[in-house]
Design a protein around this ligand. Structure first.
Ligand code: 6PG
Length: 240
């Protein structure tokens, strides 16, 4: 399936659009399969969306039918400021009266491979081996998405859903990660990528280019998506 770009004036309007789609897609998934499985990402771009999901969009979402997981996590405890679990709990779950089912890798586990295998087993059980309905993703300044950095083994891993990967050398924070692999992410029924800011112009150009190499621009894995992949970007990051 092809990758589509939509340009909005700013991050606020991206957030609004992403929230409306999420509500629509969640309702559609619940109607068709009685559940909605979504992977969330870290970073700054989705913060407003998480707050809006817990706020103005909350009533449009069937939280008891939803399973939320993380597309990637930094290997730190939940209380650490760089923890994606901590971010999602603070902005999304804490304000919600009804919490959805939630799965996240254990960022504090000393053995990364073990934590990856445990997370994979939990997801496979929760999802009955099936795909995500929606994977929410960001784009890094070095072209990464999820925690799949340039040269990552997660680009070529064919069987595993989750890998423990070393700390990136291309972007902060320099923390080892746990990430869904490209082969599992591309099975998602839908992928929605939120991109904002001037520093994303060059990686976005590389992501969208007709030709390129996933090893140097990992987000190009999105060209392999089996479902619909949409990038919502702001004017600052839009290719000229
Ligand atoms: C993470 C992410 C990562 C993020 C991008 C974009 O935990 O670091 O999941 O892939 O989405 O780095 O981050 P921004 O939204 O801050 O641009």
């Amino acid at each position: 399936m092809s990758l589509r770009l939509e340009v909005y004036p700013n991050l606020e309007l991206i957030t609004e659009e992403a929230g409306k789609r999420l509500v629509r897609w969640a309702a559609e998934a619940v109607e068709q399969r009685d559940s909605f499985r979504i992977a969330l990402c870290g970073g700054n771009s989705p913060r407003g969306l998480y707050q809006a999901m817990a706020g103005r969009f909350a009533r449009g979402l069937r939280w008891t039918k939803m399973t939320v997981c993380l597309g990637d996590e930094r290997r730190v405890p939940e209380s650490h400021p760089e923890s994606n679990t901590g971010l999602v709990r603070r902005l999304l779950f804490d304000p919600l009266p009804t919490k959805p089912a939630f799965f996240a890798p254990d960022g504090s586990a000393p053995d990364g491979d073990r934590a990856a295998a445990d997370y994979e087993a939990a997801l496979k059980k929760a999802f009955d081996d099936g795909p995500l309905d929606l994977s929410l993703q960001g784009l890094g300044d070095d072209g990464h998405t999820a925690s799949i950095f340039p040269g990552s083994p997660a680009l070529t891993e064919a069987a595993k859903w989750v890998l423990a990967v070393p700390a990136p050398t291309t972007v902060p924070p320099p923390l080892p990660r746990l990430t869904l692999t490209a082969s599992y992410l591309v099975r998602s029924r839908r992928v929605l990528v939120l991109v904002s800011g001037r520093s994303k112009r060059e990686p976005l150009r590389r992501l969208l280019a007709k030709d390129g190499d996933e090893r140097t621009c990992p987000s190009r894995l999105l060209h392999r998506c089996e479902g619909e992949a949409v990038v919502l970007c702001d004017q600052d990051s839009a290719p000229s």
